[in-house]
Design a protein around this ligand. Structure first.
Ligand code: FES
Length: 115
């Protein structure tokens, strides 16, 4: 079971929250279940409010995970994702650092989520 560490410098003096996530839930649903205040609006991959930065907490690099079409569109529109990033994710299984919390499903890896 992966551990997800949430961090935001504006809340509780940079307190981090480490929680266990499942492979079926989005980062946003895990955060909401643990009262971690990630900003969101649509919760459906359309507004871009829930952009997060994801980093691995080991030396393997972040494991690839499926980017939804909505996530690709929104992240490209706000400059967080390039065509090369998409190819790297889809062909090389290399995940981009910027994701949408309402679209990203965790994989079996401990990660840091900055929001
Ligand atoms: Fe709108 Fe995630 S909350 S894209």
């Amino acid at each position: 079971m992966p551990n997800i560490t949430f961090s935001n410098p504006n809340y509780r003096d940079k307190t981090v929250y480490a929680v266990a996530g499942s492979h079926t839930e989005t980062i946003l649903s895990i955060a909401r279940a643990h009262k971690i205040p990630i900003d969101f609006n649509c919760a459906d991959g359309e507004c871009g409010t829930c952009v997060i930065k994801v980093s691995p907490l080991d030396d393997k690099g972040i494991m690839g995970s499926h980017l939804t079409e909505k996530e690709k569109t929104v992240l490209k529109e706000n400059g967080k994702l390039t065509a090369q990033d998409i190819e790297n994710a889809e062909v090389g299984d290399i995940a981009p650092p910027w994701r949408l919390a309402c679209q990203m499903i965790v994989r079996d890896q401990d990660i840091l989520v900055e929001y």
